[in-house]
Design a protein around this ligand. Structure first.
Ligand code: HEM
Length: 394
């Protein structure tokens, strides 16, 4: 069968891994004529190209921004280029460093246990809606400086933003409306912080006071940048944790070993990130010609990085389709690479450690009901939207 890859194709959305393997083997630099864009699928290629300065994010990074070009580009940190990007990143980056995560870990553990206390005793709960999403939005609020009680409202906006029609491309109008509500909310918070400046180690203050080229951002612009932190901080982690609960449930021997020796949990979370990366791909615009595999990717063409494919590349990982919590890979691509690598890497790793430890300690023999789980199956995001979890504590 000829290789014909279109990320929006329904069969690809339903099961992308087989076509990723064919792309890696047969066409590692694949040209998508209909979008005048390229797809890279091998680990090393993505790693190398992410590290060049031949890319721009200013025309967007989301699939529909790069490919169909029918998605508006909202000013957020992920669509800035250097030098503004470098400066804004360094203004907020320090807030998310490992030492700061170690400092808030006990508080996050307390939050995780409080949430589990609330659901303990129930026959079943939703591992995402009742636990992981609530935890990640609470941690995001703490790090950003937003009221924790606003968490459910923020989760609702972020979920509506992502819940786009599985049959259409890009975000639905409903999603864009939810994003606008989130940006408006963040803009109000920026205005408040500017009216009442406080010395704090919170992203809200860092963005409110940020200055580039001698100018502060307009309120709405700063609110938009802050929204990206809310989205990044609350959206992806629950899907990763839910996939991890699924894989550990499918491999009870590995689950039991982790329960017996929780020191393996950080590596297990790394394997979960590698195995089931929710974000299928992100894109860039090429700013100068790049030669790769005998082909030229030209200036102004689009380029997508198939991260979820790279994480299953047999050139990088031995038996990549095997889930193995003992694996110790040197690197994975679940947080991207290069200038736009995820700012929340250490937040996510700390959350993963805390949540897995708490769940395994309390519900070591949990059961899942995959039949009733609901899933995202879009060109952009794969993974659980809800996951019925039975504590099974007898
Ligand atoms: C398991 C959870 C997470 C995963 C898998 C994840 C993954 C990613 C990926 C793949 C990117 C894009 C890299 C690229 O453009 O190539 C990214 C960017 C980003 N993430 Fe995360 N993320 C997670 C959690 C978080 C958290 C907790 C935060 C915030 C506290 C966050 C904030 C961001 C931001 C702000 C960016 C844009 C960075 C930039 O453009 O400079 N993420 N993330």
């Amino acid at each position: 069968m000829p290789l014909d890859y279109d990320p929006f194709d329904q069969a690809v959305r339903n099961d992308p891994l087989p076509v990723y393997k064919r792309l890696r083997d047969e066409a590692p630099a694949y040209y998508m004529e209909q979008y005048d864009s390229w797809a890279l699928s091998r680990f090393q290629d993505i790693w190398d190209v992410c590290g060049t300065d031949a890319l721009s994010n200013s025309k967007g990074a989301a699939p529909a921004q790069i490919l169909t070009k029918d998605q508006p580009v909202v000013p957020m940190i992920n669509v800035l280029d250097a030098p503004e990007h470098t400066k804004l990143r360094s203004a907020v980056r320090t807030l998310f460093l490992p030492r700061n995560m170690r400092a808030i870990e006990p508080e996050v553990r307390r939050i995780a246990n409080d949430l589990l206390d609330q659901i303990d005793g129930r026959d079943e709960f939703d591992a995402i809606g009742d636990f992981a999403a609530r935890l990640s939005v609470t941690v995001a609020c703490m790090a950003i400086g937003l009221p924790i009680e606003d968490g459910p409202m923020l989760t609702d906006w972020v979920q509506r933003f992502f819940a786009h029609d599985p049959d259409s491309q890009g975000f639905a109008p409903e999603g864009s409306a939810a994003l606008q509500e989130l940006v408006d909310y963040c803009t109000e918070k920026i205005k408040e912080r500017r009216r009442n400046p406080v010395e704090s180690r919170e992203a809200l203050s860092a963005v409110a006071t940020f200055e580039f080229d001698g100018r502060h951002y307009e309120d709405a612009e700063a609110g938009s940048h802050l929204s990206m932190l809310v989205i990044g901080g609350s959206e992806t982690f629950p899907k990763v944790l839910a996939s991890g609960l699924r894989r550990l449930w499918e491999h009870p021997d590995q689950r039991a070993a982790l329960r017996a020796d929780p020191s393996g949990v950080p590596d297990a979370f790394n394997e979960i990130l590698r195995y089931d990366m929710p974000t299928q791909f992100l894109g860039r615009t090429i700013t100068r010609d790049i030669e790769i595999h005998g082909q030229t990717m030209k200036k102004d063409q689009g380029l997508i990085f198939l991260y979820a494919s790279a994480n299953r590349d047999e050139r990088e990982f031995e038996n990549p389709d095997e889930f193995d919590v003992q694996r110790r890979p040197q690197r994975i691509l679940s947080f991207g690479a290069g200038a736009h690598q995820c700012l929340g890497t250490h937040v996510a790793r700390m959350e993963g450690k805390v949540c897995l430890e708490a769940i395994l300690a309390r519900f070591p023999d949990y059961e899942l009901d995959l039949e009733r789980a609901t899933r995202f199956k879009t060109e952009f995001v794969q993974g659980f939207e809800s996951l019925p979890f039975r504590p099974n504590t007898g």
